[in-house]
Design a binder for this molecule. Structure first.
Ligand SMILES: [Zn+2]
Length: 206
């Protein structure tokens, strides 16, 4: 999880154009979506605060003019994580989660995995997701909230695949090969868990 920055967060949305020297720098984001650009704006009027917001498909990060390049890189990363966390929490309720699972099933499994219910749970601290194939129910750990969408999608697909194939044999992983970001998502989750597997062997035929 991203660290809490001591500086201000997104929400301060209009200081650009408010004077001070500004320098726009286009660069790819250090993590997150590969399609959106990040623009860093330096302002002499900012002494300590950092803020960020979306503008169309771009992300604007406002930083103090005196910040070093290394600090800039670090803060851009922190702010992108923060924005992603806020958006992920805002966007996905249980209803959207179910819709998303249905879309993913249609896209990658020809709609063969049919979840009856998909919901967030807060009592799941050793697993990212779990499912009960007999009921078609899928539960995702609330700890996934705030992680990149492709990671949440991976966990959803993982549990959807279990509705079709129990266990983690070759047939199971062949199903997940259809999703291009399986390896990346597994790496992300392993990094977050610091050694804990993304999906521990579980009861209930996992
Ligand atoms: Zn599994």
């Amino acid at each position: 999880m991203p660290v809490d920055p001591p500086a201000r967060l997104a929400g301060e949305t209009s200081p650009h154009g408010a004077g001070g020297q500004q320098r726009g720098a286009q660069r790819p984001p250090p993590r997150g979506s590969a399609t959106s650009a990040v623009e860093v704006r330096r302002s002499a009027r900012r002494s300590r605060t950092v803020s960020a917001y979306r503008e169309g498909d771009r992300t604007i990060v406002l930083i103090p003019a005196r910040m070093s390049e290394a600090e800039e890189r670090r803060w851009v990363g922190v702010m992108l994580d923060k924005l992603a966390a806020q958006e992920s929490k805002r966007v996905l309720g249980d209803a959207e989660l179910t819709e998303r699972a249905e879309r993913l099933s249609a896209q990658y499994f020809d709609g063969r995995a049919r979840p009856a219910s998909v919901r967030w749970v807060t009592n799941q601290n050793t697993r990212w997701g779990s499912c009960t194939p007999a009921e078609g129910s899928i539960r995702l750990s609330h700890r996934l909230q705030g992680m990149p969408e492709y990671v949440v999608d991976y966990v959803l697909l993982h549990e959807l695949a279990h509705l079709l194939v129990p266990g983690h044999g070759p047939r199971f992983w062949r199903l997940l090969e259809a999703y291009p970001r399986t390896e990346r998502a597994r790496g992300y989750l392993e990094g977050v868990a610091a050694g804990r597997l993304p999906h521990l062997p579980a009861e209930r035929g996992e």
